[in-house]
Design a protein around this ligand. Structure first.
Ligand SMILES: [Zn+2]
Length: 177
């Protein structure tokens, strides 16, 4: 989808592109975020702290007697959080425009009233799109002191804006927890 095709003048594209480039520049509003990947796109290992169910590949909630953080039977393993696995090097830090205020969102034709409260929009160059597609969550690391360490999951497909030679990816996210 390219919502700028045919409807926007070249002059407007140029202005818009400048605005987005400014948003994404290191001196602009680009925010450091951490992308955490889905298990199936990164190599993973069974948790080293609990007994992992061999079929369901989930934590059984039992300490394996060798791991670094003992816990009592039936509680949640503190190392894998019950997932049964840890993903090595599963995080990726990158910079993108994070728009927490609905007023500053780029209109991509959504009914914003139907989005969950606390939703955010990110704007980034299209080369980060594959990382976003593979993401389990996005965590805001530093947004000038705002919303630090809140986590989000992708809400819907990525919208691409093609502005001349630059492509941008617009993504909506909802709060994870
Ligand atoms: Zn575990």
């Amino acid at each position: 989808m390219n919502i700028f095709s045919n409807i926007i003048s070249p002059e407007f594209k140029s202005i818009y592109k400048s605005a987005i480039d400014e948003l994404l520049s290191k001196n602009g509003l680009a925010t450091q975020v951490k992308i955490t990947y889905l298990r199936n796109v990164q190599p993973s290992d069974d948790c080293n702290n609990c007994i992992v169910d061999p079929i369901y590949k989930r934590s059984t909630g039992k300490y394996n007697n060798t791991g670094p953080e003992p816990f009592s039977d039936g509680s949640v393993c503190p190392v894998c959080n019950g997932d049964g696995y840890k993903i090595p090097n599963a995080d990726d830090t990158c910079y993108m425009g994070v728009l927490t205020s609905e007023k500053s969102w780029i209109d991509i034709g959504l009914d914003n009233t139907k989005l969950p409260e606390g939703s955010i929009q990110t704007v980034c160059t299209a080369d980060l799109a594959q990382k976003i597609k593979n993401s389990y969550s996005l965590t805001i690391v530093d947004n000038n002191g705002i919303n630090n360490n809140l986590s989000y999951e992708r809400n819907g497909d990525i919208t691409y804006l093609g502005l001349g030679s630059h492509d941008y990816a617009i993504t909506m996210w909802k709060r994870l927890r």
